[in-house]
Design a protein around this ligand. Structure first.
Ligand code: ADP
Ligand code: MG
Length: 335
């Protein structure tokens, strides 16, 4: 089948999200007309995935569709927002029916899970790139920011960061090298299952929307971990005008990651691996029980990893002593 641009949009994107009553005009006009609930603030985010930069060339299109929306929903999660609408600007090198089928299935699956309507977009020809814009709401004034924390606040991270970076290494066929350097990975009982867990964490990240919402009024600051825990925590601390101390022994290293990378290697991946889309957040010590209750209600594991303090920069500590580590998040323009 070959479809023209308009037929393509109609066939693949008309029903790629849920139907919502607050979409007054959706796909098919020059613009979407959307009605946010009274008394709410609108939260707007956008993120692009470029082939060869954000996903390997030839990556499963279903994963590309899922991740293109997931990375945006993760930004909404970090703000404590409830997602509602998305726009999709898709640049395709050629018309490829089966690629579009799989891409749309990945996008639509996640959109349905979180009640997101696809309300518009753009479709052009060029090197494969996917830009998504997502819009959501928070009750007026309730958006969680990066800069709201204070010295003394505790630091938490959701889930098990580092796994997605391991999954990407596996996707890229680099895991032999890592296993050689890291030790126990690669062979033995359960290695295949661990590889599946890690690949899945890269290909199909789950944005922490329920947790983000549950943290409204509890977290003093929040950021989603897209470029590595240390780098993103550094941004939260800097925005809050604080330094941070992270206790290395408290870092959550998943069994799959331990098996893949060993102890020092796994720790390094937890600190610097990208693409996790977990939440890193701060809360006053008096709210620790509320954090635990919110996490339990959402069914998301949350780990206390340190605290904010006066000063600047992120210090790593082991058994109470500072430990040197060169770090930084992923930076597209770093030399
Ligand atoms: P215009 O030329 O007025 O910008 P287009 O012809 O590009 O509009 O798009 C027609 C309609 O299809 C618009 O409502 C637009 O938002 C929607 N649309 C185009 N591409 C996509 C896409 N990839 N996903 C969702 N909606 C799309
Ligand atoms: Mg127009």
């Amino acid at each position: 089948v070959r479809r023209g641009e308009f037929e393509l949009i109609d066939h693949f994107f008309r029903d790629a999200g849920v139907a919502r009553a607050d979409v007054l005009v959706g796909i098919g006009d020059d613009g979407a007309v959307l009605r946010p609930p009274a008394g709410s603030d609108l939260v707007a985010v956008t993120d692009t995935l470029n082939e060869g930069v954000h996903f390997p060339a030839g990556c499963d299109a279903r994963s590309v569709g899922h991740r293109a929306l997931a990375v945006n929903l993760s930004d909404l999660a970090a703000m404590g927002a409830e997602p509602a609408w998305a726009l999709l600007a898709l640049t395709l090198p050629a018309y490829d029916e089966s690629w579009l089928e799989a891409f749309t299935a990945g996008f639509a699956g996640l959109a349905r899970t979180h009640g997101v309507a696809l309300v518009g977009g753009d479709t052009t020809r060029g090197p494969l790139a996917v830009n998504v814009q997502a819009l959501g709401f928070v009750p007026a004034g309730a958006g969680i920011r990066r800069g709201g924390a204070a010295a003394g606040d505790l630091l938490f991270v959701s889930g098990t960061p580092g796994e997605a970076a391991a999954g990407l290494a596996i996707e890229l066929g680099e895991h032999q090298a890592t296993a050689g350097a890291g030790g126990p990975a690669g062979a033995g009982d359960g290695a295949g299952a661990a590889v599946d867990v890690l690949r899945r964490r890269f290909l199909y990240p789950e944005p922490r929307l329920a947790l983000g919402r549950a943290l409204r009024g509890i977290a003093s600051a929040c950021i989603d971990v897209s470029d590595g825990l240390l780098g993103d925590l550094g941004k939260l601390a800097a925005a809050s005008g604080c330094g941070a101390a992270v206790e290395l022994e408290q870092l959550p290293i998943s069994p799959a990651l331990l098996r893949f990378a060993g102890r020092p290697g796994g720790e390094r991946m937890v600190l610097t691996g990208g693409d996790d889309y977990e939440l890193c957040f701060a809360a006053p010590p008096g709210r620790a029980a509320d954090v635990a209750a919110a996490a339990a209600r959402c069914g998301v594991p949350v780990t206390a990893i340190g605290a904010l303090r006066e000063g600047a920069g992120v210090e790593l500590r082991r058994a109470g002593c500072p430990e040197a580590f060169r770090h930084g998040g992923f930076d597209h323009f770093a030399r």
